[in-house]
Every structure is written in C-alpha cells, then in structure tokens.
Design a protein around this ligand. Structure first.
Ligand code: 13P
Ligand code: SF4
Length: 376
C-alpha cells in the first residue's frame, strides 16, 4: 500500500502530486473497486476527468443512468443538483459522491424553496391559482431537490433541455398556465416554440412583491418565468452571432437553450448538450459550426472532428467554473478514500424531499420514455 493509503487520504496530499500519479491512482482505484463504483461525467467536465468516466451524458441521460446502475457508489462528476438527483433516483443502499462539494450551479442557486413557496402563495392569494385556474409548476433539472419536491407535491414535473418541448406541450394542453423555475431563458425559448407571445409571459422577480408584476399581468400570463439564468450561457450575445456569420460565411450557429432568446432567435439550431454533440457528429466533413455552450464541450468536439470547423460562438472563454472544480485530484482523493472504506463528500437528500422529488423526476422519465417509444 502506498504512503498516502496508509492513512485516511487528505486532499492536500493530492494537490501536489504529478498528473501521472493522479491518473494512475484513479485507474488503480477503479480497477480495485470494480463494479462497486460507477463514475458518471457530465459533458461539461474537463477531458482529464471525462477520460475516467464509465458513462458520460447530458443531465437527463445521467439521471437515467443513476436510476439504472447497481453500483454501490455513484461518483458524480458534475454539479450538486445532478448528484442530488442521482441520490433521489438511486437505490436505497447506493451512495452518491460529489468529488468537490463546491461544484454547485449558480442558476440553481437563484431559486430557493422559501421563495418558491412564497410566490405560489402570492399567486393563490390573488386567485391566479385557484378553483378556475390550474397552474402547473415545472422546474428545470438545474434546481434544488426541495424545488423538485415542491413540483412533485403540486402536480408538476421536472424537465431538462432535452425534453422541455414535449413536456411543455403536455402541460400547456392540460393546464391554464405554467410556472417555470428557475431558468427564464429555457422557459422563454420553449414557450415561444408554442407560439406564446412575449407579452403573455410574466417574469417573476423573487425580490419584489408579486414578482414585480401587476395582478392583471399575472392573470393574463400563460407562462410565468422565474428570474434566473445561467451566467455561462448569458455571455453569448446576439452580436456574436452577427460577427461569426460575417467572419465565416456558411457557418452554422448551434446553441444551448439556456442562451438568451435574442441569441437563440438568431441561431440555426438549439438543443441540449447531447443534441449539440449529435448534430456535430452527423454533420458533413467541411461543415462549419459556431457553438454557444460550455467551452470544455466545444474544445472536445473540436478535437474529435478535425475534418469539421468547430469554434466557440464567443471569443471569451465561456467556462462553467463550478463544473471545473471537479479536478482529477478530487476524483483520485475520493476514490482512494473509498479504498480505505471512507465515504467522502456524500450527497444525501432527506426522505420527505426524496419522496416528492422522485414523483416529479419519475413523471419526467416515464413521459420521456413513452414519448421516445412513440417516435421509434
Ligand atoms: P444539459 O441538460 O443539456 O446537459 O445541460 C445541463 C446544463 O447545466 C447546461 O448548462
Ligand atoms: Fe449551472 Fe450554467 Fe454551469 Fe450549467 S453551465 S451547471 S446552468 S452554471
């Protein structure tokens, strides 16, 4: 046993190890732990983490993978809300590890359960939610487990960027209105696909009375959008699209729907991280792509497809700093701890929250699977 493994491994020791040693430690631990662990990696993770993942995917695929695996430990290389969802969907004996607890999501932090409950009460007080008006709460996967549970308890659902369109279709048909948390951009971009005009979308600012709206505006709205956003995707501006088109005639612009509507409107295509990957995979050699999403994913596509021209939509580095906190050093440290029987950075959702969050997540998964079956 190596010097580090003679005692409980501490992260400080790992921060000074060479890249080769870290790589070797991760691979050795993976081999020793075998089927007891599964390492999941989101598409935004850096290459030196993704290379160790058993499975990589977008946030929807990773939640399904977490629900299906039998491994004792799910080591989640992603952000906090993804690890929470893995704990909610996983089996009771499974344990979920987030190699760096600082890997949060600034968008998910823009809505907390107290604010959401308060907003819901205000809407009920003015009769927007009531006997004659049915409002469906829908939350983006990028939200706390408590907000997912709130949706489960109130007849609502979770969505991701890969299934927002069919889920909006279903809930807009069944309800008078939808209240969408916390990403105003995904909500707005999806609402526009259903022909909801912008003046029928109210923006709810949790720091203002009635979210900063009049009673009339809220009664009139078909879609109420929580005022949250992704700071990474917020860096893509409409002028970036104009600029790349001017610089590179024939280039196609492909963006994530967390980008603001003015960017999505000017793009050729938009969709989840997996949709972005699939689109570039299927594109013809010589095609040119400007991509509006996280830089690690764009760089990986660039390397994988040297026969296609792939670039980031913006000249700035659009990096998700919290995803980037999961470094190989954290992964090696977490796995070496497992080797000595020590579970670090475990993510546990309390049972009551889990019960209702499961309802909202399972509604999403079963609907998405049925929808896929119909298409196949
Ligand atoms: P996907 O669901 O497309 O993987 O996106 C998750 C995310 O956090 C994008 O910022
Ligand atoms: Fe959250 Fe944005 Fe990072 Fe996605 S890219 S995890 S939405 S901060």
């Amino acid at each position: 046993m190596s010097a580090v493994l003679e005692k409980i491994p501490v992260i400080e020791d790992y921060l000074v190890m060479s890249d080769e040693e870290i790589y070797q430690r991760i691979e050795t631990a993976r081999e020793e732990l075998g089927s007891r662990i599964v390492i999941l990696g989101h598409h935004y993770q850096r290459d030196d983490v993704i290379e160790h993942a058993n499975l990589s995917g977008d946030s929807y695929q990773l939640s399904v993978m977490a629900a299906r695996t039998d491994a004792e430990f799910i080591v989640f290389c992603g952000v906090h809300f993804m690890a929470e969802s893995a704990n909610i969907l996983g089996k009771p004996n499974q344990r979920v590890i987030l190699p760096d607890l600082g890997a949060g999501c600034s968008m998910a932090d823009m809505a907390n359960i107290e604010q959401v409950e308060d907003a819901w009460e205000q809407l009920a007080d003015i009769g927007v939610i009531g006997e004659i008006s049915k409002v469906a709460p829908m939350t983006y996967m990028n939200s706390t487990a408590a907000i997912k549970a709130f949706c489960g308890r109130n007849g609502g659902v979770v969505c991701t960027s890969s299934n927002a369109v069919p889920l909006f279709d279903k809930y807009l048909k069944e309800y008078d209105k939808m209240f969408f948390f916390p990403d105003q951009h995904l909500g707005r971009n999806t609402g526009l696909k259903f022909g909801i005009p912008l003046d029928k979308m109210a923006l709810w600012n949790p720091h203002e009375e009635l979210g900063g709206n009049t009673e009339e505006e809220l009664h009139e709205a078909r879609l109420i959008l929580w005022k949250g956003h992704c700071s990474v995707h917020g860096r893509f501006k409409p002028w970036h699209v104009d600029q790349v088109r001017k610089e590179t005639p024939g280039i196609q612009v492909l963006v994530h729907p967390e980008c603001m509507y003015e960017v999505v409107e000017k793009s050729d295509l938009n969709g989840s991280t997996s949709f972005i990957i699939k689109t570039v995979e299927n594109a013809t050699a010589g095609s040119k792509w400007a991509i509006g999403t996280e830089v690690n994913l764009v760089n990986r596509l660039q390397k994988r497809f040297p026969d296609k021209e792939v670039r980031l939509l913006s000249p700035d580095l659009c990096m998700c700093a919290t995803m980037y906190r999961i470094a190989p050093q954290n992964l090696a440290w977490a796995l070496d701890n497992l080797l000595v029987g020590n579970v670090v950075n475990e993510i546990v959702v309390d049972e009551e929250t889990k019960k209702w969050a499961t309802v909202a997540l399972e509604r999403m998964i079963s609907f998405t699977e049925q929808n896929q079956d119909k298409k196949n």
